[in-house]
Ligand binder design. Structure first.
Ligand code: 1CP
Length: 324
């Protein structure tokens, strides 16, 4: 997660010449930024360089990605009138630069798989309603509780955009897709179940016929994991706040698990990260379907050399004993 980003000198250099959306809407630059982490670190998969906000632009949401803040929206959504004004999105027509980038990445990477992605409807709605990053998701929760019809119309519109965007990414060459429902952990389980789960289940249902792994990730989701699994993904991504073995105990053997090294561990120096990585690998060694990953995005102050050493360590020591 965030394997392309500010911790890389090459990314920082590119960002001095181009703003974020210039990078995200330029297929050649997108190919470069997406492929560099694979080439520099030796990770097993690339993730598309884009942002969860990108497909909201053709819906009519005007936003900028502000330095050290994140997305900031000029016209937040508040009423049914605002929701009805959102335009439907046809990825081939409205987001061709994303699909062209995928084509270029897949060509350059050869057999290395590319993970496509989109934001989850709740996480996207939180930016659209709050107007930017939020601490308490006040307006979003008020809308969900007090204006259920407006909420469901907004979520329906986002289900259409997210599903269409992911299907187009798969058709363009993505080998797997991840839904980043990053901020869904702000919800109580009963609110997730009523206000988010039906929409997530519909997205995974629409993706199923395409036959690629569907990964579902959120931050701070310790109390939601069983519900998230019931939405129907093939892989559950978890952050570092939950012990991985306990997650497997809770959700059973049916789907794969991905995670969950604390990204701060990687900033604490090589010796400190080695122990925690080895512990995680030891705990998951006999797991039927485990993918090593960080529990959230690589932090900007991360030393790329230490990150590369973690990748090498996982490759050296991470194989299952019975697979050796
Ligand atoms: O150049 C910059 O301004 C750096 C910051 C940055 C980067 C590198 C942003 C702004 N977006 C990205 C790329 C990005 N965003 C990727 C690239 C692929 C990769 O992982 O290598 C991905 C997958 C995302 C997805 C994304 N954007 C999420 C979900 C993942 C997560 O971090 O939980 C979210 C919540 C966003 C919104 C966003 N975009 C950018 C920032 C700083 C934020 C978060 C703001 C907030 O705290 O609400």
């Amino acid at each position: 997660m965030r394997q392309a980003g500010r911790y890389q000198p090459s990314y920082r250099e590119l960002r001095q010449q181009h703003n974020f959306m210039d990078l995200a809407t330029n297929p050649e630059l997108c190919v470069e930024v997406s492929c560099r982490p694979v080439e520099d670190l030796g990770v097993d998969a690339a993730i598309l360089f884009s942002d969860i906000m990108v497909p909201l632009a053709p819906m009519g949401i005007e936003f900028t990605i502000k330095e050290s803040v994140g997305p900031v929206i000029a016209n937040p959504v508040a009423t049914m009138h605002d929701v009805l004004a959102l335009a439907p999105v046809t990825p081939e027509r409205d987001l061709p630069y994303v699909l062209d980038a995928i084509d270029g990445i897949v060509t350059r990477l050869g057999p290395t798989p590319l993970i496509g992605f989109a934001g989850g409807p709740f996480t996207l709605a939180s930016y659209m309603v709050e107007g930017g990053p939020s601490k308490n998701y006040l307006h979003t929760k008020h809308l969900m509780w007090n204006e259920p019809e407006t909420w469901s119309a907004l979520m329906d519109a986002l289900v259409d955009v997210v599903s269409a965007h992911l299907i187009a990414q798969i058709k363009a060459g993505a080998s797997a897709v991840q839904v980043f429902d990053s901020w869904v952990g702000s919800l109580a389980p009963q609110d997730y179940e009523a206000g988010v789960l039906p929409y997530m289940a519909e997205i995974f249902r629409r993706l199923e016929p395409l036959g690629v792994p569907r990964i579902y990730f959120g931050v701070g989701t310790g109390s939601l994991l069983e519900l998230m699994v019931s939405a129907g993904p093939d892989v559950l991504g978890v952050d570092w706040r939950v012990p991985m073995a306990a997650v497997r105990g809770r959700i059973g053997p049916k789907i794969a698990l991905q995670g969950n090294l604390d990204p701060v561990r990687v900033t604490a120096g090589y010796d400190a990260v080695v122990e925690s990585t080895r512990n995680l690998l030891a705990v998951m060694r006999q797991d039927p379907a485990y993918i090593f990953n960080l529990g959230h995005g690589v932090l900007p102050m991360t030393d790329p050399h230490v990150l590369k050493q973690v990748v090498d360590l996982v490759h050296r020591e991470g194989r299952r004993r019975d697979a050796l």
